[in-house]
Design a protein around this ligand. Structure first.
Ligand SMILES: C[S@@+](CC[C@H](N)C(=O)[O-])C[C@H]1O[C@@H](n2cnc3c(N)ncnc32)[C@H](O)[C@@H]1O
Length: 246
């Protein structure tokens, strides 16, 4: 999914908005596989540096391998709610698709604010799953699957609340943009194609708690396969990018 055109375009827009400069120090909170951190490392050059943090040892290993060619950059285990970095250590910070997993957002944002120098920029991007338009014939069954999927995040509707949260943490919001993950018809290599499989796997493992039977899940998936075969697939969900300064 990280290499699909939707997500590649998202990374491009995130970089445009954050506008990292040569020599800057940039923090990537929840660095994941490190694709954005590689782009950031190129843009800040050898006189700058990038620090990537992630809760997951597997992600730290993947991002470290990707960043091996950039001696100015580093990846460490770290938690968004307990940033082990000095005060005002960074010119810019980025966190994409991470805070939606974080339960204590006031604490995470106050940590981010502390880590930035005065005037430093933060770029935060998360999905609001209420913006999802995913065509189904049996909408009631789709709603049950999506209620289950909401449980994979601490807050599936974070973007709608993020503006006031950022202001409360002391940030000034400079710009907010929608970045759509948009498949108006079936595209085998797309964010939609990847995420619907993740939703299916999650619902298979957790569906019982939400009253989903295996008949519901089989019927729901078969319906999507039929819509794909009939060229009637449609999927659209919005991510929201907030550019703010300390
Ligand atoms: C969907 S991935 C996004 C990765 C990357 N930021 C990107 O956009 O490509 C979410 C990442 O956030 C990490 N994560 C979740 N909660 C975290 C926390 N409290 N502190 C640091 N990382 C966290 C996960 O381990 C995972 O690598």
């Amino acid at each position: 999914m990280y290499l699909t055109p939707d997500v590649v375009a998202q990374r491009g827009r995130v970089l445009d908005l954050l506008a990292p400069q040569m020599g800057e120090r940039v923090l990537d909170v929840g660095v994941g596989p490190g694709l954005l951190a590689v782009d950031l490392s190129r843009l800040v050059g050898e006189t700058g540096n990038v620090l990537g943090l992630d809760l997951s040892p597997a992600m730290v290993a993947a991002a470290s391998a990707r960043l091996a060619a950039f001696p100015q950059s580093e990846v460490r285990l770290g938690d968004a709610t307990r940033l082990e970095v000095a005060d005002a250590a960074f010119d810019a910070a980025v966190s994409t698709q991470v805070y939606e997993y974080v339960a204590d957002m006031p604490r995470a944002l106050s940590q981010l604010h502390r880590a930035l120098r005065p005037g430093g920029r933060a770029l935060i991007l998360d999905t609001d799953w209420r913006s999802l338009v995913w065509h189904a014939l049996d909408q009631g069954r789709m709603d049950k699957v999506l209620a289950c999927w909401d449980a994979h995040l601490a807050d599936p509707h974070l973007p709608a609340k993020l503006g006031p949260m950022l202001r409360k943490a002391g940030f000034e919001i400079r710009r907010v943009e929608i970045i759509a993950m948009f498949s108006p018809r079936w595209q085998p290599v797309s964010y939609a194609a990847g995420i619907i499989r993740s939703i299916r796997n999650f619902a298979q493992a957790n569906g019982k708690r939400f009253g989903l039977t295996s008949d519901d899940l089989e019927g729901w998936w078969a319906e999507q396969e039929e819509l794909i075969a009939a060229d009637e697939f449609f999927f659209s969900v919005n991510r929201y990018a907030f550019l703010a300064t300390r």
